[in-house]
Each structure stands twice: as C-alpha cells, then as structure tokens.
Design a protein around this ligand. Structure first.
Ligand SMILES: Cc1cc2nc3c(=O)[nH]c(=O)nc-3n(C[C@H](O)[C@H](O)[C@H](O)COP(=O)(O)OP(=O)(O)OC[C@H]3O[C@@H](n4cnc5c(N)ncnc54)[C@H](O)[C@@H]3O)c2cc1C
Length: 392
C-alpha cells in the first residue's frame, strides 16, 4: 500500500505545511496537520512570490484566491545611496508570465496562509488541529505513532505512515527527532514595518517594488494594495540577536532624502526580526522528514525561503503518495532538492554581501546593476524562476 494509504502527519501549519497538506490531499491522502498556535498565525509581513512558487500554487487551484489578495508589481526600482532617481527599473509585470509561465506577485504572508487554509478546508481528508500544546512521536517499521496533546483535551495517540516537520526555522522535528543542528544567527536583523499607502506617497512608486541601498543596510518596500498598506523591510548588521531588543535603529540616514523621509514616516513602527539560517545534510530518518525552513532556512536576500518550502511540498507529495516506504520517498526528495536549495541559499547570502558593500565597492556594484539593465535578471535567474517541480 502506498504510504499515503495511511495518515500522514505534518507538524506546522505555515506556508510549507499547508502547501504539503493540499498537495497530498489532492492525491487522496489523509493528512493531519498539528499546529501549536491557536489559529492561523498572522506573524510575518510581506512576501514576494516568484513564478517558480506561483506555478505550484496555481496548479493547486489557488490562482484566483491569490490574485484577489496579491499584487503584480510592474518592476523593481533600484536606488543607490543618496541618488534621487532609480539606477534601473528591473522589469517584472507582464514579462514574468510571458517568460516563466506564472506571475511574480507580492502579498502579505497571512493572506497566503489564509488562502492555503481555505483551500485545505475544502478537503474532507485534511484535518488541521490548532492549539496542539505538545506532540510526541514513536517511530517503527510500520510508521509513526503520534501522541497529541491539545489544549484542554485528553491526549490521544494516532497512527500513520510518516511525519513531516514543517515547523519552521527552530524546528523541533529537526533538532529532536533528526538530532540535527540548532539554527544559526546570521548576524543581521530584518526590521519590518507596515504603513498606510498614503504615508509613503511620492517616495516610492505605487506600482513597483523599491530597493534602496545605504551604507551597511538596504531597504525593500512594496505596496500591498489589497490591504491599502506598504510593506517595508530594512536589513542591517547586528553582532547578536539581543540587539533586536533595541527600540530604534542605530543608523541615521544622512545623505539620502528619500531614506530620511521613509524613516520619518516609519518612526516607531519597526519590528525587529533576527535572521537565522539552517544548514544540515540530514533531512530525514526512517518515517520522519523536514521541509521548508525546518530543513534549510536561508537569508531572505533573494526572497526565496517560502518559495523553496512550496517547491519542497510539490516535489515531496507525489513521491510519498507513490511509495509504499516513506523512507524511500524521503531519500528521493532529499536527493532531488538539496543541490537546488543550496544554490538558492548561496545566491541569497551573496546578495546580502553585495547589497551592503561599503564605498567604493558599492560604486562598482552599482555599475554592474546598471549594465544588467531592465531585463538582465530574466536571463540571470532563468534557472530559478523557470524551474518547474513537475518537469524533473
Ligand atoms: C524578513 C523576511 C522576509 C522574507 N521575504 C520572503 C519573500 O519575499 N519570499 C519568500 O519566498 N520568502 C521570504 N522569506 C522567508 C519565508 O518567510 C520563510 O522561508 C517561510 O515562511 C518558511 O515557511 P515554513 O512553512 O517552512 O515555516 P513557517 O512559515 O515559519 O511555518 C512554521 C509553522 O510551524 C509552526 N510550529 C513551529 N513549531 C511547532 C511545533 N513544535 N509544533 C507545531 N507547530 C509548530 C509555527 O507556528 C508555524 O505555523 C522572508 C523571511 C524573512 C525573515
């Protein structure tokens, strides 16, 4: 019997966990999702969803739900420090579906989670359990026995074929069940903010993503018209995570009037978010595996963490459904995903270094960006955005 003939457990109802639940349920599998929060978590802020991920979500039937909650920016304006006009606008908009067969969209993480959850609710074979205070797993030749402790209820033990930890960067599945490493602090903080659209009128284009470079920092802004908000995320270096407790940014933007205006509009609105990464070769053992940030959290400088979780789910679901032995499916999943995920993580890390180069190296970086022009990224990132999880 294929593994999916029995229940499959997923720890974590985040982007990766819900995508996997949906992908498995479409093949008829019975899925139980264990989420420790009492409801869909509204944490996080904006996400850029590139065509490689959007293609997967569209195939899962989410195209209309996502279009109603997201926005397709026309391009990315890149502003070097202290420059009034963009150095270049990198084309997105219509060229992305033309070139890669799916849209490049931006949306709030909570809106994506909600669209996924709504889709899951239409499947009688998906049970999402919120408020799971604790779960324990026993593994054996015949699969897993999962003891679930929900708030205010008697604990119960359910049996199934496998458990996949989609439980995020600080995954218990990785550290306890796979005895993998803890996440590593990446030396940077993301400061996130959401402002009303009017607050940045005249500072950034209302139909594009804006990336602004400064000394030791960069800022990414994009509109979320569905919420009438603008998403801001500013990245800078901090020696330790504790620095995130500081209520204000140490950096004072002096020579950029645009950065100054954005900082003034966002004063007091920033939420610190220390960045962590995960590097582990071991994504599975027996009937247990990890996916998404739990397996490979990366720096967000190519905006691909959620995209990789979504791709993982699309690759893993058919393997699990087709294989009688989940361990076999997990081995094939790991073999097919690790090289790509490492390449994306390396690109993200390298972007982080390049984005924060000091002068005069930043001047060389800016020349390189200008030479790339409006369409250079389409060729350079063909391997990333053109990837099709179904065409392996
Ligand atoms: C500043 C910033 C900007 C980003 N921008 C982008 C972007 O533009 N595009 C992009 O693709 N990615 C982006 N990312 C990355 C993206 O947010 C993550 O990679 C993605 O959310 C990972 O999804 P996941 O499902 O693996 O984990 P998560 O979305 O973190 O979900 C994990 C879930 O597991 C639950 N959980 C945790 N522990 C347990 C437990 N023990 N038991 C049960 N449940 C548990 C959590 O409550 C949560 O619901 C960004 C990240 C940051 C920090």
């Amino acid at each position: 019997m294929p593994a999916a003939g029995r229940s499959i457990f997923i720890a974590g109802a985040g982007i990766g966990g819900l995508t996997l639940a949906l992908a498995l349920a479409k093949f008829g599998a019975h899925v139980v999702v264990l989420e420790r929060s009492t409801g869909l978590s509204a944490f996080g802020a904006g996400l850029q969803i590139s065509p490689n991920a959007r293609r997967v979500l569209d195939r899962l039937g989410l195209s209309d739900a996502l279009s109603a909650r997201s926005f397709e920016p026309a391009g990315i304006d890149v502003y070097p420090f202290a420059r009034a006009n963009p150095l270049v606008t990198m084309d997105l908009g219509g060229v992305m579906p033309e070139r890669f067969g799916a849209a490049y969209s931006v949306m709030h993480r909570a809106d994506l989670a909600e669209a996924l959850y709504e889709a899951c609710r239409r499947f009688a074979n998906i049970d999402v359990l919120f408020g799971v205070d604790d779960w324990q797993v026993q593994t054996g030749d015949s699969g897993v026995a999962v003891t679930i402790q929900e708030a205010g209820a008697q604990s119960r033990t359910l049996r199934g074929a496998a458990l996949i930890g989609a439980d995020g960067v600080h995954s218990r599945t990785r550290t306890e069940l796979l005895t993998g490493p803890a996440a590593t602090y990446a030396g940077r903080i993301a400061w996130r903010g959401l402002l009303p659209m009017e607050a940045l009128a005249g500072q950034i284009a209302p139909d594009r993503v804006s990336v602004l470079f400064g000394p030791g920092l960069h800022l990414v802004c994009y509109p979320l018209p569905h919420r009438r908000q603008v998403n801001l995320v500013l990245f800078n270096r901090h020696k330790d995570e504790a620095a995130a407790d500081r209520p204000t940014l140490a950096f004072k933007p002096s020579r950029s009037t645009r950065l100054q205006a954005i900082f003034a509009a966002a004063a007091g609105q920033w939420t610190p978010w220390p960045l962590y990464t995960v590097a582990t070769d071991r994504w599975h053992r027996g009937p247990v595996a990890v996916l998404g940030d739990a397996a490979h959290a990366m720096e967000p400088f190519q905006a691909q963490g959620a995209a990789m979780a979504i791709e993982d789910a699309a690759v893993l679901a058919p393997l699990l459904v087709a294989n009688a032995n989940p361990a076999e499916a997990f081995a094939r999943y790991q073999a097919s995903r690790q090289a790509r995920v490492r390449r994306v993580a390396a690109l993200s890390r390298s972007n982080g270094r390049i984005f924060h180069l000091p002068w005069p190296l930043s001047a060389a970086r800016d020349v390189g960006i200008r030479l790339q022009g409006r369409r250079g990224h389409l060729r350079r990132l063909q391997w990333l955005y053109g990837f099709d999880t179904d065409a392996r």
